[in-house]
Design a binder for this molecule. Structure first.
Ligand code: ASP
Length: 455
């Protein structure tokens, strides 16, 4: 039994949904179909989720919602028309949207979550209707009825393992199940959405709970590539990689798969396959527990911008008990998570995603660090990029860091920070944003030119 998830571009139009029906019909083990909200049909198009966020904002401002609502209904209408469905499903969708916008607005996050989630919810209903219409035995299943339980913290919604037993019963349900991605319910029945792109998480949760033989994640590329194709021309395809490698790459900007989505599949050792809805016969990229890394220690190179560094320098810092804790506590009290903490004997840098900082927070952090830690220097720099070299084979290969540093030196850029996590699956270079592209290209040349497709 397989769980298949279809992302936004795979469900963006009637033609795309017809491809999904074909994919489901060619393999009877494809039982649970998790769907996103309709995504972009072309570059300048808008995702239904973004349209829904706009609708929620308009409603919260107590402005007239009619235009925003009609744009969304029209998207579904076009899809339904293209699939030859009658008006009934559109009436259901419109009624559902109208019901959601009249809900209690006291908590704007809850209100917005409820509207956002309708993108996947209504799309699942529509796709289930289409499947039945063409003779596939299929039914829509609501995450609430299936028992998809989530935590109650709005900024950090996670699945609760308690729900797994009930979810596992989906296996026994007859026919194909069409399940909306992106949201679940707290124990008191409140709807909560995952982070953006969170339908991947739903797919992984269902694959783990039902003990699926495979979790197929359908998107719009044939495979995961060793580097971003927008930066490196024709990067090689990765045919197989490990969960840890995918996690590191997803973290550092590989948007093919949500970085929170791997955990459920990983814990149950459910293999994941990234596939292309537009070319389903391509083998895709398999994500598994282990791979033979002898021929290719490095699997991919990712780059992500938008980092800041808090740098603290104090003579004899290494002898001061509790220094690191007190510094990190300041960040904790500002509710800022940290990414890396490279350190020397007399200095410590904390790498932070700039999105969590505001000017006021920055000033408060510097002031408190000066007052409470009495450093020789403390300052914050922004505009950093992290370049991450990922590969299970790195810990077994000597000289790899030297090769990477030499390649970076060839570009003339300087390395601001190096961090090799204790797992040794990744090697992180902090560089100035302006140097990111040339470094990525040079590293790709160093590690991937003249090697065959691998995995
Ligand atoms: N529709 C949601 C988003 O655009 C979730 C998803 O597609 O996975 O973020």
């Amino acid at each position: 039994m397989k769980v298949c998830k279809f992302g936004g571009t795979s469900v963006a139009s009637a033609d795309q949904i017809k491809k999904i029906a074909q994919i489901v019909m060619t393999d009877s083990s494809r039982k649970i179909i998790v769907v996103s909200a309709p995504g972009k049909r072309f570059n300048e198009d808008e995702k239904v989720t973004d349209l829904l966020i706009r609708l929620a904002e308009t409603a919260l401002l107590e402005r007239d919602i009619e235009n925003d609502l009609q744009v969304i209904v029209k998207r579904y209408q076009q899809i339904a028309d293209g699939l030859g469905l009658n008006q009934e499903i559109i009436a259901i969708i419109e009624q559902d949207l109208r019901r959601r916008v009249t809900k209690n607005m006291q908590d704007p996050i809850l209100f917005t979550d409820c509207i956002k989630a309708s993108g996947e919810d209504n799309n699942a209903k529509l796709i289930a209707t289409y499947f039945s219409h063409i003779g596939i035995q299929a039914s829509y299943v609501c995450p609430k009825d299936a028992g998809l339980l989530v935590t109650d913290r709005p900024e950090r919604v996670r699945a609760l393992p308690k729900g797994d037993k009930e979810l596992s019963e989906l296996r026994q349900k007859p026919g194909v199940i069409v399940f909306p991605g992106f949201f679940g319910y707290t124990e008191d029945g409140t709807l909560r959405t995952f982070n953006r792109g969170g339908s991947d998480i739903t797919g992984s949760l269902l694959a783990a709970a039902t003990n699926a033989e495979l979790y197929e994640n359908f998107t719009d590329v044939d495979s995961v590539f060793a580097a971003n194709p927008k930066v490196v021309a024709n990067p090689i395809a990765i045919t197989k990689m490990t969960y840890r490698e995918m996690r590191e790459l997803a973290y550092a900007g590989f948007s093919v798969f949500h970085d929170e989505a791997l955990m459920p599949a990983f814990l149950k050792s459910i293999p994941v396959c990234i596939k292309n809805t537009n070319n389903p016969s391509a083998p895709g990229t398999k994500i598994v527990k282990e791979r033979d890394h002898s021929s290719q220690p490095v699997i991919g190179i990712a780059a992500e911008s938008g980092f800041s560094t808090l740098f603290v320098d104090k003579y004899l810092m290494n002898q001061e008990i509790g220094f690191g804790r007190r510094l990190l506590q300041i960040l904790e009290e500002e509710e800022i998570p940290f990414e890396h903490t490279p350190s020397g004997i007399d200095n410590l840098s904390v790498i932070i995603k700039s999105q969590f900082l505001t000017l006021e927070k920055e000033q408060r952090i510097i002031l408190r660090a000066e007052k409470e830690l009495h450093p020789d220097h403390v300052h914050m720099h922004s505009n950093y990029s992290m370049i991450v070299l990922v590969g299970e084979g790195m810990r077994h290969t000597t000289g790899l860091a030297a090769r990477a540093a030499t390649a970076i030196a060839r570009t003339g850029a300087s390395i601001q920070m190096i961090n090799q996590g204790s797992s040794e699956v990744s090697l992180v270079f902090g560089v100035l944003k302006e140097d990111e592209t040339k470094i990525l290209q040079e590293l790709y040349k160093e590690f991937f030119t003249n090697v065959p497709a691998y995995g």
